[in-house]
Design a protein. Structure first.
Length: 499
């Protein structure tokens, strides 16, 4: 068998270290068996996918030193490698399933489905699609299609019995069909869902092994069913253990920086980050902690992956990165890497327009722009609560700011300005006052070069980490407080004033 693996990120938001982790294991597996590794961009969510995010994913995976044999940027015999360019293909396969009675039209509106769920819950049942589309006669379907009613296409799923499938690391897995939803395959906008596009592409691209995160285990029955309906062999499935926060919860940006670009901006070496990701659930034969990609490739064996949730611990990463810096960079290489990091002309060109007006001599530059280079500023609680907002208000504003930041897809000045201006209006606070705690969180001081431009340069992960740092300086909100903030924030978004 020709081994072919793939990583299939969705270009929404910042490239996640989890994507690099999965890419690394797919790459190692393919190389180990002399096979090929493919990058596929899963951009069927048209509202959330951006070309900017795709470019950033490619750039950051390359920065890490990962490379692929086929992909949207380099082409290959199985392209296009961007799902939005393959919609015709998916539609043909959906039609094939419809013709065979393995998929069906559903005309239920979102309101109908909400009502259905409410009724089910009122009866004490677990909410689930009730198969109403299956009950429509062929004539009724024809009539509604001819009338131009919006519809989705759903997968027909057995009602009883158990789905059994194999996982390379976990052996046999069983999931009762009653837990599997009649998945939407084609959405109302005509785009395929992940499930249909993923199965069709894995087949057409000749993928032999699907190595992906364990969060996809529950999708495997739907995928297996699709392979069966199409009469195709299913690739070998291998679900990797999820990366975890030190408290063992799923690694999330709310608790830990998760963006590859955060680690890049902080000045970690790509080979150290890759080394660290390689140690997530896998170990070298002699348990060496520091190893290069070439060494990992030489010894790679997927069977050595252990399923206990690997903890992504930044202290451990710091230690490993320090070793790489000390043991593998001579002074010359060190100087080169520091200049590749931020002390290069492209970065200076971004920073200079923000600071030029404040500089009388070059030596002023260092203190004015130091916050672009430092990781997380050291703050003191007494810096907060001096202006119009007291400490409690600062805590609330900083917490709300983390949510504003989360919602900004297009990370640039204007979007940041609009996000925060909207928050200020909703909170009935002057934008200038609202930004004071944010200034301190981001720059370490209460006045500095323009804030939104600075945030745009720093990037979302570093900004989020600095806001979180400010929150822990003044005291993180308690669980109860956080619940109240969440409620208040939702209320603000709905245009209601706070109590
Ligand atoms: N697009 C999915 C993701 O973003 C891919 C999952 C898979 O590998 O099947 O993770």
């Amino acid at each position: 068998m020709t081994v072919r693996t793939r990583v299939a990120p969705s270009p929404t938001g910042d490239p996640h270290v989890g994507t690099a982790y999965i890419a690394l294991f797919n790459l190692c597996f393919a190389r180990r068996y002399g096979g090929s590794f493919v990058l596929r961009i899963e951009d069927t969510d048209r509202a959330r996918s951006t070309t900017q995010a795709e470019a950033t994913i490619i750039e950051s995976l390359r920065w890490l030193g990962l490379d692929w044999d086929e992909g949207p940027d380099i082409g290959g015999p199985h392209g296009p490698y961007r799902q939005s360019e393959r919609t015709e293909i998916y539609r043909q396969y959906a039609d094939q399933l419809l013709a065979a009675g393995q998929a069906f039209y559903c005309f239920a509106t979102p309101e109908d489905l909400d009502q259905m769920r409410r009724d089910q819950m009122a009866r004490g049942e677990t909410p689930k699609y009730d198969g109403r589309g299956l009950a429509l006669s062929a004539a009724e379907v024809e009539r509604r299609l001819a009338a131009g009613e919006p519809y989705v296409i759903r997968l027909k799923v057995p009602e009883d019995g158990v789905c059994t499938f194999q996982d390379l690391l976990r052996g046999e897995i069983q999931i009762p069909w009653s837990q599997i939803d009649m998945q939407v395959l084609i959405k109302a906008d005509g785009m395929p869902t992940y499930h249909l596009a993923n199965v069709v592409d894995d087949h057409l691209m000749g993928i032999s092994h699907v190595i992906r995160g364990e969060e996809w285990i529950n999708s495997a029955p739907k995928h297996q069913l699709l392979y069966e309906y199409f009469g195709w062999d299913m690739p070998v499935l291998c679900h990797m253990p999820l990366l975890r926060n030190p408290d063992k919860s799923k690694l999330s940006k709310r608790k830990n920086p998760t963006g590859i670009n955060f680690y890049r901006a902080m000045g970690y070496l790509p080979e150290a980050l890759l080394n660290y990701l390689g140690r997530m659930g896998w170990s070298m034969p002699k348990e060496e902690e520091k190893f290069s990609l070439a060494e990992m490739l030489e010894h790679f064996d997927i069977e050595n992956v252990s399923l206990g949730g690997p903890v992504f611990d930044t202290e451990k990463l710091d230690w490993l990165n320090g070793r790489w810096i000390r043991e593998s960079l001579d002074d010359e290489a060190f100087a080169q890497r520091v200049s590749d990091w931020v002390l290069h002309s492209d970065k200076l060109r971004q920073i200079i327009p923000l600071v030029k007006d404040r500089v009388e001599k070059f030596s002023d530059l260092v203190s004015i722009s130091s916050y672009f280079l430092s990781g997380i500023p050291s703050l003191d609680a007494s810096q907060f609560g001096q202006g119009k907002l007291d400490i409690e208000n600062c805590r609330q504003v900083l917490q709300f700011s983390t949510w504003v930041v989360d919602e900004i897809d297009d990370w640039e000045h204007q979007a940041l300005y609009e996000g925060f201006a909207e928050l200020a209006t909703a909170m009935q606070v002057k934008l200038r006052d609202l930004l004071v705690p944010l200034f301190i969180a981001i720059t370490g001081r209460d006045s500095a070069p323009p804030l939104f431009d600075s945030m745009a340069i720093l990037g979302p992960d570093l900004v989020r980490a600095r806001i979180r740092n400010a929150l822990s300086t003044i005291g993180l909100p308690s669980k109860k407080q956080l619940k109240r903030y969440e409620k208040d924030y939702r209320q603000l978004l709905e245009g209601k004033a706070l109590p």
